[in-house]
Design a binder for this molecule. Structure first.
Ligand code: ADP
Ligand code: ASP
Ligand code: MG
Length: 438
């Protein structure tokens, strides 16, 4: 007998049929003690996630537009689920309360967290398990910083005498009691922190794919699945854009040495992917464990023939970005050049000021800005010991007619990152996949 924490993502809890599947999965495995749930996700391709509908209500409200119709669509989803499952989980009353709060100006975090809260109520009732509200034990500071150690203790205390529970993902509360959410996709984090706090043997993350695939299945047709991969490799891939698991969900499981098992709710017999501290178990001849990336980065390249002899050049450059509250993704450099790569979302509206400061403080020979950069990481723990990996990668991109704008190979030598134009993003991923996997 062990303890498992099972997190079910949006598509796994999108409607009564899916909730029926998760009940079966949970009942078939007595070790599953704690079930963490997302808000209802998409039921079909053109559908909208409940969380997105809640954000839509808020943007309507904040622009003084009518939001009743959108809110009604949310109500119908929950009421319909309750009816289909043949239970009374108090949805009508709960929804009326949320509408009242919405009208009275409730915060964004409170409103969007209700997707998980309501689903938790329904699923707990249907599965005959206790409902535990994470507002009581997932803790954030008043400034919104996640308090990991305090939360760890609070969860352990809250679940000590509770043999089985359903816990909504995605949110907790600040010290003043107000609701605070993690970033999007954050139910993965809730699952992981619960697993750590209850000292689970496994953290199962149930979704709509049979595990981690070498590349995003929306870009590469039928990418190869990976039976096991290390926390380190997955962290790099998740951070770079492999959205199957939130990158912050890896740390809590990893410090506690708890394996994460990615599973498919629609194919529960598939073993999925095991994430542990061991490097990926790859098929003969395959040296990479994954390719992931995202669009929407900006690079600022500084050309300066005086840079080399100058002390503090990089520090001053980083200081300007820090003063503008901009985090840096990469700093590739050459003899007379240094580039900074930043996410477009953090530099939005600040670029001109930053360039002015670079001119004033760094006195470069010239500056070059590219705003349509995509970054792609090719990851594999065994890459470092193989000669010719980079050559193979660059040849594949050249043959696909993709121009490489930037190259960065992490010190871990487990990761080669290339920057390409956003328009070339998908083509580049397919070319790398073809060169290394198929
Ligand atoms: P959930 O709602 O269950 O949390 P997500 O949509 O967040 O599910 O994550 C699962 C999705 O991640 C898959 O449907 C797939 O399209 C996408 N994805 C992106 N990259 C990968 C990858 N390398 N392996 C598997 N899935 C991936
Ligand atoms: N419902 C939230 C989102 O859509 C959190 C999650 O599903 O993990 O981002
Ligand atoms: Mg997710």
């Amino acid at each position: 007998m062990g303890i498992k924490v099972a997190k079910f993502g949006g598509s796994s809890v999108a409607d009564a049929i899916q909730i029926g599947k998760i009940k079966e999965i949970t009942e078939n495995d007595k070790d599953i003690k704690y079930v963490v749930v997302s808000a209802p996700g998409k039921r079909f391709d053109e559908d909208t996630k409940v969380t997105d509908l809640l954000y839509l209500c808020l943007s309507h409200r904040d622009h003084k537009l009518p939001y009743e119709q959108v809110f009604q669509a949310i109500c119908e989803r929950y009421i319909h689920m309750e009816q289909e499952l043949g239970i009374d989980a108090g949805m009508a009353r709960e929804l009326a309360e949320i509408q009242k709060q919405l009208e009275q100006g409730a915060s964004t975090d409170y409103v969007v967290s209700r997707g998980e809260y309501l689903n938790g109520k329904i699923i707990a009732k249907y599965m005959g398990m206790e409902f535990k509200d994470p507002a009581d034990f997932v803790k954030f500071s008043d400034k919104g910083k996640f308090l990991e150690e305090e939360t760890n203790e609070e969860i352990a205390r809250a679940l000590k005498d509770c043999e089985k529970a359903v816990i909504p993902g995605f949110y907790g509360s600040r010290e003043d009691g107000s609701i605070k959410t993690f970033s999007r996709g954050g139910s993965d984090i809730t699952g992981s922190i619960v697993a750590r706090a209850v000292e689970a043997d496994v953290y199962e993350n149930w979704t709509d794919v049979s595990g981690f695939l070498v590349a995003d299945p929306r870009i590469v047709d039928n990418p190869r699945p990976i039976s096991s991969i290390s926390y380190k490799e997955l962290r790099e891939l998740a951070y770079m854009g492999a959205s199957v698991l939130h990158e912050e969900a890896i740390y809590p499981a990893r410090v506690a040495g708890i394996p994460i098992n990615i599973r498919n709710t629609n194919r529960p017999d598939d073993p999925g992917t095991m994430i542990t501290s061991e490097p990926a178990d790859l098929p003969e001849g395959q040296i990479i464990s994954g390719i992931a990336g995202s669009k929407d980065f900006t690079s600022i390249t500084i050309y300066s023939s005086h840079m080399i002899g100058q002390k503090g050049f990089i520090r001053r450059m980083a200081g300007i970005l820090e003063d503008n509250d901009v985090t840096i993704e990469h700093i590739p450099s050459g003899i007379d050049t240094v580039s900074v790569i930043v996410n477009n979302s953090v530099i939005d509206g600040k670029l001109d000021d930053i360039l002015d400061e670079f001119e004033r403080q760094l006195k470069p020979d010239s500056l070059d800005v590219q705003t349509d950069l995509a970054l792609i990481a090719t990851v594999g723990a065994g890459m470092a010991s193989r000669k010719g990996t980079s050559a193979r990668l660059f040849t594949a991109l050249a043959e696909a007619d993709v121009n490489i704008k930037m190259i960065d190979q992490g010190a871990s030598e487990m990761n080669i990152i290339v920057g390409v134009r956003s328009d070339d993003f998908e083509k580049a991923i397919r070319a790398i996949y073809k060169a290394f996997v198929s």
